[in-house]
Ligand binder design. Structure first.
Ligand code: FAD
Length: 268
């Protein structure tokens, strides 16, 4: 489907039905933006006044919407909606050995605090990852769970990046203009690996997180070590995005302080 939304060609909207067509469009229009739930793009266009010339709706591309349960973990297409992902996590949690699903349990708990049902029904996992926002409830959990991201370029070459190398900075990720996120691989947890979610916000429901964390197994020794080095390693500028500097830097030894470190390292 192709639609020009303005007679002078101001915005062109494509709705390809095959991955190959998405890649062709990306090679033709390097600044084309993929769109699924439109919850980030919409805000950029309506509230921030950013103009995009080419939008490519990938909601109906089967290769990007696949969910496969494998022996070693879950393969999640980049455009899988959050509500669908939640169903698969719940199913895995019921059907698989308890030790394998520690990450799934953490996601199930964390998704409870992710916006309302209507938003969860439309937003994509890939849109959340690509946005690389420090308020993301999910990115710290991909990191704690040892996820890997598969990236495909316009020629069809695929590369795999460990999640900790993918986030380069505030809203910056390791993707060039000719690449898109294809899928996410989340391994089942091994025995004695535990993943725990954490979110702190001003309000219980429907609020942006002040602190988000995904925490792989920590012991007291590691926690004490982290608290010692945090002051030296983490320097937050007064104008840091989100302006929660005082919240993160006050106090020295509480649990909240230690988990804020996880969130910061996820963002940096
Ligand atoms: P879109 O707006 O469609 O796209 C976002 C960006 O990702 C675009 O730049 C797009 O081009 C790019 N993109 C998408 N897929 C790919 C891909 N495969 N490869 C390359 N680039 C890609 N976030 C939270 O973490 N927690 C919350 O509680 C939360 N609450 C929200 C509440 C509201 C009311 C709103 C409006 C937003 C909220 N968000 C929250 C943020 C937002 O919902 C997420 O970031 C969402 O997951 C983005 O997905 P989307 O499908 O809407 O992205």
């Amino acid at each position: 489907t192709y639609l020009s939304l303005n007679g002078s060609g101001g915005l062109k909207w494509y709705r390809p039905l095959r991955l190959q067509h998405v890649l062709d469009l990306k090679s033709r229009y390097l600044d084309a933006k993929l769109v699924i739930g439109n919850t980030e793009i919409g805000i950029e266009m309506w509230l921030k006044g950013i103009q995009y010339q080419f939008l490519v709706c990938v909601a109906c591309v089967p290769e990007l919407n696949k969910l496969s349960v494998k022996n070693d973990g879950l393969e999640i297409g980049a455009e899988v909606r959050l509500s669908e992902l939640l169903k698969v996590f719940r199913k895995a949690n019921k059907e698989r050995a308890d030790h394998e699903t520690s990450s799934c349990k953490a996601f199930i708990e964390q998704i409870k605090w992710f916006a309302g049902t209507q938003i969860k029904n439309v937003v994509s996992v890939g849109g959340n990852i690509y946005t690389a926002s420090p308020i993301s409830n999910l990115n710290p959990l991909w990191m704690a769970g040892g996820a890997k991201f598969q990236i495909i370029d316009c020629q069809g070459n695929i590369r795999t990046v460990a999640v900790e190398n993918f986030f380069l900075g505030y809203r910056k990720v390791d993707l060039s203009g000719t690449e898109i996120l294809l899928s996410i691989f989340l391994p089942w947890t091994r025995p004695f690996k535990f993943v725990k979610e954490f979110e702190q916000a001003h309000r219980r429901d429907d609020d942006i997180a002040i602190v988000n964390a995904g925490i792989p197994t920590w012991n007291n020794e590691l926690l004490q070590g982290v608290l010692k080095v945090r002051e030296r390693d983490i320097l937050i500028k007064e104008d840091a995005p989100g302006r929660m500097v005082s919240h993160q830097m006050e106090g020295k030894s509480s649990f909240t302080e230690s988990v804020s470190l996880s969130r910061l390292s996820a963002v940096q």
